[in-house]
Design a protein around this ligand. Structure first.
Ligand code: MRU
Length: 343
């Protein structure tokens, strides 16, 4: 079974899979303006850090088609969600092209999608080696093909690859409150791929680990700072703490498009706070006590010391990073260049 592509460029509009309707319905949106792309990002019709980045890139192509000022359109798109650095990264790459020609910009956006695809495939090849024979893997949020916009996903891609290689016992999927990315999207993707999986509420991970029913935790990320601190879906930090308490490895899949070496540490990463209604209601049904005060941070920061390894497309990096993650990336980047030259 193949998964539907989350983003398709149709020469005059962006054809976007509305992730809010999955898995019940596969509804596609036709986006013709940068504002409609920003709205789709804000409303989480498109979500997952790499997919948001690619949507932003196509948003700039739409702006160019309308003859708009690109830096202005980029600022508007950049503000739509603040935590995942992929959005800013992709918009910067588009602006670096120094062109307002929509055809030329469409080529650049297409290239970003190809790179994201290649990045996820290489990352998965490194990650799958960390999954021991017969392992059960716990996962948080959604990091599959739909969330990367192109390619095979990150942490969920590793889980699927481990299944194909016959080394996965099963995946445990955190439901992921309040938007249920785990129950709705990760479970659906793994079902399509025939990977055995079980959904649990986020708070059950402690019991699961205490009962020794899981061997490692693997998650994605929205931004990694230069000291290796990780911003990811709210609940990731709790998971990392519980994994450490039980002596279990905690891996973060981090394509380079999610690594922000310009931000020194996790404390400087902006944490998006989302509308109270995501907690008080499920779709149109009220669940919380009327008038209850709500705090709804969408992400948290996991300090680098709780991370066993960052799985990148160039290899696995293990904290601490005394000279910064940028330096560590340069080192593995040059090793890869040497490997290729010798190949
Ligand atoms: O708020 P979301 O659903 O966009 O959050 C998504 C996550 O936190 C993912 O884990 C992350 O973007 C990685 S996607 C490969």
């Amino acid at each position: 079974m193949t998964l539907p592509p989350s983003l398709i460029w149709r020469s005059d509009h962006l054809d976007l899979l509305d992730q809010r309707c999955l898995p019940q319905q596969e509804i596609r949106l036709k986006l013709r303006t940068p504002e409609s792309v920003a709205d789709a990002i804000r409303a989480m019709a498109v979500r997952g850090a790499p997919a948001i980045g690619l949507a932003g890139a196509w948003g700039l192509v739409l702006a160019a088609r309308q003859g708009r000022e690109l830096p202005e359109a980029a600022s508007m798109l950049r503000a739509s969600r603040p935590t995942a650095v992929n959005l800013a990264w992709a918009l910067d790459r588009m602006l670096e092209a120094s062109s307002s020609d929509p055809e030329r910009l469409a080529l650049v956006a297409g290239r970003l999608a190809d790179e994201e695809r290649e990045r996820s495939e290489r990352l998965v090849a490194h990650g799958v080696r960390l999954v021991p024979e017969g392992a059960s893997v716990l996962h948080h949020c959604h990091t599959g093909a739909i969330a990367t916009g192109a390619g095979v996903g990150t942490a969920l891609g590793v889980i699927a690859a481990a299944h194909r290689q016959g080394r996965l016992r099963q995946a445990w999927l955190d439901e992921t409150r309040p938007r249920l990315q785990g129950a709705a999207l990760s479970a659906w993707e793994l079902q399509q791929l025939g990977v055995p999986c079980t959904v649990l509420v986020d708070g059950a991970s402690g019991l699961l680990m205490r009962q020794r029913r899981v061997d490692l935790v693997m998650v994605g990320c929205d931004r990694v700072a230069d000291n290796g601190d990780v911003a990811n879906k709210i609940g990731t930090y709790n998971l990392a703490l519980v994994a450490r308490a039980h002596g279990l490895p905690f891996y973060v899949c981090a394509p380079r498009s999610s690594i922000d070496t310009a931000t020194a540490s996790g404390g400087a990463i902006p944490i998006e706070e989302r509308p109270a209604r995501e907690i008080t209601h499920w779709r149109d049904t009220a669940m919380a006590a009327p008038g209850a005060r709500i705090w709804n941070p969408a992400f948290d920061i996991t300090p680098a010391e709780l991370v066993t390894g960052l799985i990148t497309e160039d290899g696995v990096l293990r904290p601490p990073f005394p000279g910064g993650l940028g330096q560590a990336l340069d080192r593995i980047g040059s090793t890869r260049a040497c490997d290729q030259a010798g190949a």
